[in-house]
Design a protein around this ligand. Structure first.
Ligand SMILES: [Zn+2]
Length: 139
């Protein structure tokens, strides 16, 4: 499944998020949890923003999340997305993981279909560069 056209750049793993993307390639959605104070964070980073610890645990996310926020894009800000509008950009949260949030797309949603707080479910897709990426569908 691919939500955005091939011409839209996909993620390029960096030193800090290489584990995150490698886990995504194996269709495992994981988040960093501080090994000291247990706070979750995303995007991945080398230190905990709450206690500055460099101890990192990777924790698997559940398949269900809550829709925290979203918007539909109607104006193609780039030629690559002209054929894709309207598309959505969503923020989902994971209440069982301290409310950690992820920016994503809801793949099966037309304008008017989404409601903040609704349950959404993880599905796996591909970006234009072939990276496996976490997407979501309605409950
Ligand atoms: Zn911490």
């Amino acid at each position: 499944m691919q939500y955005m056209p091939d011409a839209v750049p996909g993620p390029e793993p960096s030193f800090d998020d290489a584990t995150y993307w490698a886990n995504c390639t194996e269709k495992k959605l994981t988040f960093q949890q501080c090994g000291s104070c247990k706070a979750f964070r995303h995007p991945p980073g080398p230190f905990c923003p709450k206690c500055q610890s460099d101890k990192i645990d990777w924790v698997a996310a559940p398949e269900e999340a809550k829709l925290f926020s979203f918007t539909f894009i109607y104006h193609p800000a780039h030629e690559a997305v002209r054929g894709r509008i309207p598309y959505n950009v969503a923020v989902v949260s994971f209440p069982t993981l301290g409310g950690v949030r992820l920016i994503t797309n809801i793949v099966d949603a037309d304008p008017g279909d989404l409601e903040i707080g609704m349950t959404v479910r993880l599905v796996w897709g591909k970006s234009g560069n072939g990276q496996t990426i976490p997407l979501f569908k309605k409950g």
